[in-house]
Design a protein around this ligand. Structure first.
Ligand code: PMP
Length: 355
């Protein structure tokens, strides 16, 4: 039986996507060739790229609004630098909500002045700062929508007149947002899209071309736009799996449909975290992530029993990140409600055993 996979990323993907992807490795589109042994310029692969790009824009509600979708390499980590390379002339504003925001700030600092508008570092990033102001003379504002490690998520994005850049690596396609409020969105594929190896970049074209520095070809979004995301050999397999996952999401009813399922899973798990005296949540309640639920035991002496229980129940990937400790239940789009229920059952079983 398949494990209940709560891994933080790479993570669970839809079973039907896995099946189609594995078939394409053997015989892609009935060509009697594998997807990974044919030219990226072949008609069938170009079609995969085009479908993946247009599905991304369609699901985000950004078609016909001046945006381009790209599938690049280097992970979200390269986007920390690339965003700054393309947009930072003098000064940029960053909200620091955790490890990934801090890394984005570190890269951007190489290219200009960075104003940290607020940080929750004082409380080990267990909340999302609010009530900060964004300097209107900054070139852009950068934030991280979901903090994978700490289990916090921005619910209300600030209003600003400057371009808004968002790292949505761990919650893209999981909830309804007005995506047209963002000018640049990036996300590594390995949570809600596919295997590691490609990064989705959605960029509003009119924010580009405004910095004076020369931009190396591979780091210039315009290069990739001009070449339809095929400037160099793209990671075809990762993009194909992303395309299949986006198709799966569309068939399911898109973001509104998955959001309901995600809310159901999060509600199951957080209700138990709050009810069960053996557990306490890590993140501030109002900022809790619907993707990554972080929690700790109230009494560490139950650790051995709890770890044995969840492993016996077929749960995988529940250990918290080393900077938070405890547990992290990552509930990405492809995790079933049934898996969330199995976790809740195990938490209740611990209570019975400990009682
Ligand atoms: N941002 C966030 C929010 C992440 O969760 C991660 C990876 N877990 C990254 C950035 C870094 O992504 P990558 O490993 O694709 O560079």
């Amino acid at each position: 039986m398949k494990k209940h996979n709560f891994s933080a990323g790479p993570c669970v993907l839809p079973q039907e996507v896995m099946k189609k992807a594995s078939e394409a490795i053997i015989n892609f589109n009935g060509l009697d060739l594998s997807l990974i042994e044919i030219s990226h310029r072949s008609k069938d692969v170009v079609e995969v790229m085009e479908t993946a790009r247009s599905l991304a824009l369609e699901l985000l509600g950004l078609e016909g609004k001046g945006y381009k979708a790209l599938f690049l390499q280097g992970g979200a980590s390269l986007e920390f630098l690339m965003a700054a390379y393309n947009l930072l002339e003098k000064k940029a504003a960053y909200l620091n909500t955790g490890t990934w925001s801090s890394k984005a700030i570190k890269e951007a600092k190489m290219l200009g002045e960075i104003v940290e508008v607020a940080s929750s570092k004082d409380a080990n990033f267990n909340y999302i700062p609010k009530g900060y102001s964004i300097p209107e003379d900054a070139d852009y504002f950068h934030c991280t929508s979901n903090n994978t490690i700490f289990g916090t998520q921005i619910k209300d994005f600030p209003k600003t007149n400057i371009p808004m850049v968002c790292d949505m690596s761990s919650d893209i396609f999981s909830r309804q947002l007005d995506f047209s409020n963002f000018d640049l969105i990036y996300a590594g594929a390995q949570k809600n899209m596919g295997p590691a190896g490609t990064t989705l970049v959605v960029v509003k074209e009119d924010i580009l071309g405004k910095v004076s520095r020369p931009i190396p070809s591979m780091l210039d979004y315009r290069t990739h736009i001009d070449k339809d995301s095929m400037f160099n050999t793209p990671p075809v397999f990762a993009i194909y799996v992303s395309m299949l996952t986006l198709q799966w999401l569309k068939d399911l009813g898109g973001i509104p449909a998955i959001e309901k399922i995600n809310e159901q899973k999060a509600s199951l798990v957080y209700t138990e975290v709050d009810r069960n005296p053996l557990f306490k949540g890590f993140a501030a309640v109002e900022d809790r992530s619907s993707m990554n639920a972080t929690f700790n035991l109230t009494d560490e002496s139950h650790k051995e029993t709890f770890d044995a229980l969840w492993k016996e129940a077929g749960i995988n990937g529940l250990n918290g990140h080393r900077s938070v400790g405890g547990y992290r239940a990552s509930m990405y789009n492809a995790l079933s409600v049934e898996s969330a229920q199995v976790l809740v059952d195990v938490m209740q079983e611990l209570e019975r055993k400990a009682g």
